[in-house]
Design a protein around this ligand. Structure first.
Ligand SMILES: [Zn+2]
Ligand SMILES: [Zn+2]
Length: 385
């Protein structure tokens, strides 16, 4: 089978000492500290054979994630930008939907021909974080397409426990292709769902919500806020194309945050009340925090989903006055996130089509990664014939 493989050179940064475990397993816990000079190439691999409890999947769609782009790109010193766990060489790709083609011994619910979508954070289930139910904070996490073979491949094997059926969605849409395309978007939307409704505990219907950054996660946050009964959904995004997508996904209005004070705009649009929930999906805390600070409603919450290695000053006094909260959140697994998003799609409460701005065939996956570095698309989908 054909696959797209990432390799790089193990060359820890001066001053970074990999742990004994990192050296023994060759899994760098922070790829950006260790992996240098990334190279993507098409390769031929043996077809996977399903182990106990595993299925073999024919991949049907796979979204290009910002994390893939961060492995494709490198900094001035040649190190990949991605800061999660990476073991190389690896087949990249984790936002996928697929068809089951073979089931291994011990598989309980799946059969060949079924359409599925899979979770990409492969938590161990054994560490203390997992046993507390904090699967997204697993201390021995493997990530599909980074430290475990991923989905930019014709075939992939994975455990049944990561998979959710898309058959109901395909039936209700009467459109298998659309179900598969939406299926590949469940993961990024899941990051927004997990942040807003699991980590931050949600908001009462009738709330005012503001979203900073309208990449796929921000767009997912907008659609989910609408579906969950927000009275107002306000979007801030520097790229014009993405502001248009925000409106299509259900935002009431979208502004370029370089042209307005987002904090003032939120106050004005909510008759002075402020935002009950703010979602930071821009990873630009230095620019967004001063505005977010101004816009907390009493008891408001800010969910931080973006990533930046930079420190951002916060006027904590505001948190006291407004009894406000800042909640960090990572991941999309567990807590019923995947099946509930699939139900929303099936019930016609979420339409993810406006998120898809390019479709590129699997044979041109590397072109898709190159295109993603321009950051003009919302979601680039790799499609498989
Ligand atoms: Zn992703
Ligand atoms: Zn664990």
């Amino acid at each position: 089978m054909k696959a797209i493989m990432l390799d790089a050179t193990w060359d820890p940064r001066p001053g970074y000492r990999p742990s004994d475990r990192e050296r023994a397993t060759r899994k760098a816990e922070m790829a950006s500290q260790v992996w240098r000079h990334p190279r993507f190439a098409p390769v031929d691999l043996p077809d996977p054979v399903p182990g106990h409890g595993q299925v073999v999947l024919k991949i049907r769609a796979c979204g290009v994630c910002g994390s893939d782009t961060h492995c494709y790109e490198h900094d001035e010193d040649g190190y990949v930008r991605f800061s999660g766990p990476v073991r190389l060489p690896v087949v990249v790709g984790h936002e996928y939907s697929a068809e089951v083609v073979e089931v291994g011994p011990g598989v309980r619910h799946l059969r060949p021909g079924q359409l599925v979508v899979g979770e990409g954070m492969l938590y161990c289930g054994v560490c203390e974080a997992c046993r507390l139910g904090r699967w997204n904070q697993c201390q021995d996490l493997d990530m599909l397409g980074f430290s475990s073979q991923g989905a930019y491949a014709e075939l992939m094997s994975t455990d049944e426990r990561w998979l959710w059926s898309l058959d109901g969605l395909a039936d209700s849409l009467g459109d298998e292709e659309k179900a598969l395309e939406w299926g590949a978007l469940v993961e990024p939307v899941g990051c927004a769902y997990n942040g807003m409704f699991v980590s931050a505990g949600g908001f009462p219907p009738g709330s005012h919500v503001a979203v900073f950054g309208c990449g796929p996660i921000g767009l997912g946050a907008i659609a989910l806020a609408r579906a969950a009964g927000a009275a107002t959904v306000l979007a801030f995004e520097v790229m014009a194309e993405r502001r248009d997508a925000a409106l299509e996904m259900g935002a009431d209005a979208a502004w370029d945050p370089r042209e307005v004070s987002a904090g003032d705009v939120i106050r004005e649009a909510t008759s002075g009340w402020g935002a009950d929930m703010m979602v930071e999906a821009a990873g630009a805390a230095l620019q967004t925090m001063p505005e977010i600070e101004k816009a907390f409603a009493p008891g408001g919450v800010m969910v931080y989903l973006g990533r930046t290695g930079l420190r951002a000053p916060v006027l904590l006094d505001v948190m006291v006055t407004q009894a406000a909260r800042i909640v960090g959140s990572r991941g999309h697994v567990g807590h019923g996130v995947f099946p509930r998003i699939i139900r929303l799609l099936q019930a016609g409460r979420l339409d993810l089509t406006p998120m898809i701005t390019s479709r590129i065939p699997f044979e041109r996956t590397i072109d898709a990664l190159e295109l993603s570095t321009k950051r003009t698309d919302s979601k680039i989908l790799v499609t498989y014939s």
